[in-house]
Ligand binder design. Structure first.
Ligand code: PLP
Length: 360
């Protein structure tokens, strides 16, 4: 079976974990600090704050920006549920704009008309490993005095005109095993803003600045040194692993027939967390089944846009975003992880091209 994702723990990760276990400091300690330093450097920002997941990174970032009941946050309906759930968790309202059908990211031309006096932030999601059009988003945010919280959970190392995802606003990353890098479970926030950095650290640890004096409501969102040890070893491998993902994608781009391959505008450096094609003429589900019969994994990210999920309809009422809904019917993500062999790539291409040519 050619799997859609393959998290691989090498000797470096194993050694790093054993060192932590032997050190006696297994909760948050020096390894987390080192990981935060290295991650901030990778993104070209001053601060990184480690946490327990991408979901808690989003949650903390929203809290640090003082977003809560009565506030609105503009985001995409075509993403993993956590992007919008984090907004609900702080008591605010997610306001969706439709996606650009070519990039699958927020259609920036629709953002301004979604702004109301209640809007506090824009939450662009860098879907599949390619950033949103950040110049346009930052320009709108500055004009309307809005925070920008990047959901970079799928975009470790992605670049927009030479700057890394997580550089532009308050960045949030997931370190789940299937991501371009992992710490088993974990998350990271990135920022250049001293105040946001400080607030995230306080919220992460029960609202404490002084031990057992609690200045505000906080959580235990702390990463452990065991996870940070894995994260550090994985971060060192990120450039090589992203390069392999990009070369796998290049092979698909050059060889796939009958499907629409990912569109990458000039100045965007895609890191292919997912390699997502569009399958035309209602053939997506049959192609997926054919791939399965041929022992090739694939996945649909995402089959039901967020505004169509039952509890979102209950909360926000019926809404329609035609491009997100159409994408949900056509998208199919193929294996693109760094551990694919040349024969795996050839098999995926041959299987898809055969199916699309026959029109089965
Ligand atoms: C776009 C997006 N946002 C948020 C998350 C949440 O991250 P985590 O699973 O680490 O909580 C994910 C993870 O799948 C994601 O893909």
């Amino acid at each position: 079976m050619i799997s859609i994702a393959k998290p691989v723990m090498g000797e470096e990760e194993k050694k790093a974990v054993l060192e932590v276990l032997d050190s006696g400091i297994i909760a948050q300690g020096p390894k987390v600090k080192e990981f935060e330093h290295n991650f901030a450097q990778m993104c070209g920002v001053k601060h990184a704050i480690a946490t327990t997941s991408g979901t808690t990174a989003l949650h903390m970032a929203l809290l640090a920006h003082d977003i809560g009941p009565g506030d609105e946050v503009i985001t995409s309906p075509f993403t993993f549920i956590a992007s919008a759930n984090s907004v609900l968790f702080v008591g605010a309202k997610p306001v969706f704009v439709d996606i650009d059908p070519k990039t699958f990211n927020m259609n920036v031309s629709q953002i301004e008309s979604a702004i109301t006096p209640k809007t506090k932030a824009i939450l662009p999601v860098h879907l599949y490993g390619m950033t949103c059009d950040m110049d346009a988003i930052i320009k709108i945010a500055q004009k309307h005095n809005l925070a920008v919280i990047e959901d970079a959970c799928q975009a470790h190392g992605a670049e927009y005109h030479g700057k890394k995802a997580g550089f532009f606003g308050t960045g949030t990353f997931s370190l789940y095993p299937t991501k371009n890098m992992t710490s088993a479970e974990g998350g990271m926030i990135t920022t250049n803003d001293e105040k946001i950095d400080e607030l995230c650290r306080v919220i992460r640890n029960h609202g404490m600045r002084r031990r057992y004096y609690h200045d505000q409501l906080g959580y235990n969102f702390r990463m452990t040194d065991v996870h940070a040890a894995i994260g550090n070893a994985q971060l060192a491998k990120l450039p090589a692993n992203n390069a392999k993902r990009r070369s796998n994608a290049q092979y698909y781009n050059e060889n796939l027939e009958g499907v629409t391959v990912p569109y990458v505008p000039q100045g965007f450096h895609h890191v292919y967390h997912q390699y997502t094609i569009r399958v035309p003429d209602g053939k997506r589900d049959d192609l997926r089944e054919y791939l399965k019969q041929n022992e090739i994994g694939s996945e649909i990210y995402y089959p039901l846009p967020i505004h169509k999920q039952g509890f979102y309809i209950d909360k926000l009422g019926a809404q329609t975003f035609p491009q997100a809904e159409f994408a949900a019917e056509e998208v199919l993500s193929l294996p693109v992880h760094p551990f694919l062999s040349q024969s795996d790539l050839e098999k995926v291409v041959e299987t898809i091209n055969t199916f699309m040519a026959k029109g089965e």
